[in-house]
Ligand binder design. Structure first.
Ligand SMILES: Cc1cc2nc3c(=O)[nH]c(=O)nc-3n(C[C@H](O)[C@H](O)[C@H](O)COP(=O)(O)O)c2cc1C
Length: 397
């Protein structure tokens, strides 16, 4: 590679340990920059300083240490290289390529990119480049590469590096790639401060759930609840079926209400089905939905988490069975007992068209609560839902 050097000079008064400590607060992704050497052997370097630079022309960059032997080998191999974005489960690849060994790719499966560079199997993405500029930058260089070709790989969640440790991305709201949710995600952004305020006030989790076709999608979460079994529930999808999602059924037309019952009906008794037919009107009258009981609902939570993690051992039928088993705890028509296990309360947020745009769910505490506490939760949730409706410019029908 030819180096067009713009020299940076001058001594620093910054303590190196402090520099590392402070800059370590900034997380990075992890890529492996690869090429083939003159003998056709795969060579590479683990890099956290990769960044996208320009769309037109398409440019990316990374910053190698001037003293890195891996960088020297890459430079000597020519001006072509491939950037591999590592997946969260490829920490072993990251470590293997970050060593000073020579045969770093032993035991790592890869295939050639269109440009002939190694693409590590299972990477999230790969980007074939030609180095266009190499700038001098202190003890590092800035390599600017023009993108020749690129594609997504088999991996789906990138490896992250932060304060010397590795991790993966845990979203608080869904990524914009969930195209079917884009409209709701815009609304979630506007409503988010209200979710956070409510979660803070009760020290629990507040979630925003969207109805997308036949599914209820957990689109955003604020705060935390002990009820959740996984590290994050954002992205969880459950079928739009009774008893879940009753706020949507409450403000929906007859066809929606029918859909809400149809797919679960086979798992319910006649008596349960009959009671559920009255639930939408009751929820509409109350203005909120309530779920009680922790034992069966914990089972549903466990199974939904397994479904979310794509556990092949959990079928759609198992999930509906678990949903059917919580039916009696949802929206009871009788008055509440003095002490109840409050699972959750949900209320609708209305869009500009007067239809339910999102529902907000306030998760109750593990310990039983009295009727006055439930009333306090309900009041706060309804105020928050009203504020969120106003924030998105919505109108209550
Ligand atoms: C997560 C991670 C990120 C790294 N990022 C960079 C980087 O941006 N630039 C760099 O020169 N070295 C980086 N390194 C270090 C190199 O991958 C490699 O460990 C080091 O250059 C080894 O020395 P060698 O190149 O002389 O073999 C990183 C290492 C790790 C583990």
């Amino acid at each position: 590679m030819t180096i067009t050097a713009t020299s940076t000079t001058g001594s620093s008064t910054v303590d190196p340990a402090r520099f590392r400590q402070v800059l370590g607060q900034y997380p990075t992704g992890v890529v492996v920059v690869t090429a083939l050497d003159a003998t056709g052997t795969a060579i590479g370097m683990t890099v956290g300083s990769f960044t996208s630079v320009s769309l037109d022309p398409p440019l990316v960059a990374f910053l190698p240490d001037k003293n890195s032997s891996s960088w020297r080998a890459l430079r000597e191999s020519g001006d072509r290289f491939c950037v591999n974005v590592l997946d969260a489960d490829q920490e072993d690849v990251c470590r293997a390529i970050a060593t000073r060994k020579t045969d770093k790719f032993a035991g790592i499966d890869w295939h050639p990119s269109p440009g002939g560079n190694p693409v590590v199997d299972g990477a999230v993405a790969w980007i074939d480049c030609v180095a266009e500029q190499v700038h001098d930058a202190g003890d590092h260089q800035i390599v600017v590469g023009r993108v020749l070709d690129l594609d997504l790989g088999d991996g789906d969640s990138p490896l992250l590096f932060f304060r010397g440790g590795y991790g993966s991305f845990m979203p608080h709201s869904l990524a914009a790639s969930d195209a079917d949710l884009l409209d709701q995600l815009r609304l979630v952004d506007l409503a988010r401060p209200h979710l956070e305020e409510l979660a803070d006030r009760f020290g629990t989790e507040v979630t925003a759930i969207a109805l997308v076709r036949d599914e209820l999608v957990l689109a955003a979460a604020a705060g935390h609840t002990e009820i959740a079994t996984g590290p994050t529930r954002v992205g969880q999808r459950l079928p739009f079926a009774a008893p879940l999602g009753s706020c949507y059924a409450a403000y929906g037309d007859d066809a929606l209400r029918e859909r809400w019952l149809a797919s679960i009906a086979g798992h319910l008794t006649e008596q349960q089905l009959e009671r559920l037919r009255g639930v939408p009107d009751m929820v509409r009258e109350r203005g909120y939905a309530i779920a009680l009981g922790h034992s069966e609902t914990s089972n549903l939570e466990r199974i939904s988490t397994l479904v979310h993690e794509r556990d092949p051992g959990v079928s759609a039928e198992t999930l509906r069975e678990a949903m059917a088993r919580v039916t009696d705890g949802y929206n009871p028509s009788t008055p509440l007992a003095d002490l109840v296990e409050l699972r959750s309360l949900s209320a609708p947020v209305f869009g500009r068209d007067g239809r339910v745009a999102l529902t907000l769910t306030l998760w109750g505490p593990q310990a039983p609560v009295d009727v006055a506490a439930v009333a306090e939760y309900v009041g706060a949730l309804l105020d928050t839902a009203a504020a969120a409706t106003a924030a998105i410019g919505g109108v209550r029908p």
